[in-house]
Structure formats: C-alpha cells, structure tokens
Design a protein around this ligand. Sequence first.
Ligand code: NAD
Length: 271
Amino acid sequence: MGAGIAEVAAKAGYEVILRSRHDSSANGMVAALEKALAKQVEKGKLDEAESAAVISRVTATAVLGDLADCDLVIESVVEDLEVKKHLFRELDHYCRPDAILATNTSTLPVVEMAVEAGHPERVCGIHFFNPAPAMGLVEIVRPLLAADETIASAREFAQQCGKDAVVVEDRAGFVVNALLFPYLNNAVRMLESGIASREDIDAAMRGGCNFPMGPFALLDLVGLDTSVAILDALYDEFREPNYAPAPLLRRMVSAGRLGRKSGFGFYDYRK
Ligand SMILES: NC(=O)c1ccc[n+]([C@@H]2O[C@H](COP(=O)([O-])OP(=O)(O)OC[C@H]3O[C@@H](n4cnc5c(N)ncnc54)[C@H](O)[C@@H]3O)[C@@H](O)[C@H]2O)c1
C-alpha cells in the first residue's frame, strides 16, 4: 500500500519521501514504481517526460529523521496497533509540530495513535484502497481529537490526488470495510460449508452482482493476514458474530498462505 500511495502523491505533483525500515526495501519500492510507470508508458497511459518527472519527485530512505520537513506523513505499516502506536511516538519526535500525521489503517482506532503524538489535533486517517493508483476513493477518518483544519487539509490532499474523499467517524472499518468484510467472511464460511467451490462462488458474485472480482480473488488481493487483522478489529469493537474471522482464514494465515503477496492464497499465483 505504501508504494501505491507514494505513486499517487508523486503523480499529483507532491515531493514524496518513501521511508521503509531498510534501504534495500525502500530502494526496492522505488524500483517497483519505476517498473510500474514504465509499463504505463508502454501502454500509452503516461508519456516518458511525465514518468521521469514522477520518479524525480520520489526519494527513498530508511531514516525516519528524513521526514523532519514533511507537511504530511502517511504511515502504512502492518495492521498492528502496537506497531502503529510506537511509530506515532517516533514520528512525533522527528516531525514538525504542525505536520499532519496520518494513518492508512483499514480498521484500527485512529484516536489511539493520535494520543501517542504530542499534537493529537494534527492526526487523522487517510485511508486509501488497494491498489491505490487505481481506486477512486479515500476515506478521511476523523478521530475525536482532530482539528477541523486537519480534516480539511486531508480532504484537500485526497482531492489533489484525484480521489473522491468521504469523511467518516473513527469507528472500526469506517464505511467500506465495515460493510465489505462481513460479506468476505461469509464467503469463506460458505466455502467451509461446502455449498460451492471458491471458483464458483467467485463466478457467482461476478456474474450475479456485476462485481469486478469475486470474494476469494479480493481476499487474496487484500492479503489474508491483513483481512484477519481487519476482522479481529471489527469483532473487538462490535462483538458481532459476522465479524469473527472464519476458522479457515486463520488456518491459511498460520500456513503462510497470505494471498498474492506470498504467491499463494485461495488461488495459486506462483506460475
Ligand atoms: N491490503 C489492503 O488491501 C489495504 C487496503 C487499505 C489499507 N491497508 C492498510 O495499509 C497498511 C499496510 O497494509 P499492507 O496490505 O500494505 O500490508 P503489508 O503486510 O503488505 O505491508 C506492511 C508493511 O509494514 C512493514 N512492517 C511490518 N512490521 C513493521 C514494524 N514493526 N515497523 C515498521 N514497519 C513494519 C512491512 O515490512 C511491510 O512493508 C495497514 O494498515 C492496512 O490495514 C491495506
């Protein structure tokens, strides 16, 4: 997600610093961006000069202190509240007091990250969808302590990036995932109960509802570990049975079948 958000922001004309924990992964993300842009040039969606301009706006680093002058920082690390809280404490140390610190979390309580920062009024959620360059929506999440200007700036940023922005309150799953994940989870339960194969369930939802992809293809795209983390957060918040992750999902995560990112999930991507 981080690399996709960097692509979106750089295309919108922003100077972007892509920070990863290791130089190799930071440089790897820039290399992947170069490859993605080259493909777009090949397909005629972007010209060479635009592609070069986008690349020139992106710098890679492993040093958190390099974010000291940023106006806006969007974290997109693993969906784990403790990891994110720790990162917000670090960002608070390195970033300007007037910088907006945002999280791309899909479900976690943004206010818990905000209170780790010295200026919680400058913290909000800026939730992109996967893949960020292709998806038109951004949810702007307003935690209890956010200032109106923070939300207005975040919305303006999303719009500058060419996205439709909706402002939502800080509740697990916000709008999209609170509605989407019970459906995805129920598809896994349906598979467990043997009603139909994963291919047929996917085909049924594509053909019957005109969805661009079925639930198993979508779960593989999101990542099964991220999906379990999202369902856990929804279940923790609302205690509704529909949010409790289907057992098969957890077993697949334990087995390392995480979806596209590991090459194998409900479908096999290793060929
Ligand atoms: N996958 C999706 O469809 C999707 C969509 C929207 C938002 N998100 C959100 O984006 C964020 C990242 O999700 P993703 O799917 O890209 O996950 P991912 O597992 O693909 O990537 C997570 C990144 O976090 C890094 N990381 C892991 N542990 C860390 C630590 N202790 N400190 C710092 N970095 C660490 C990993 O190296 C990796 O680069 C999550 O908050 C997720 O909810 C995901």
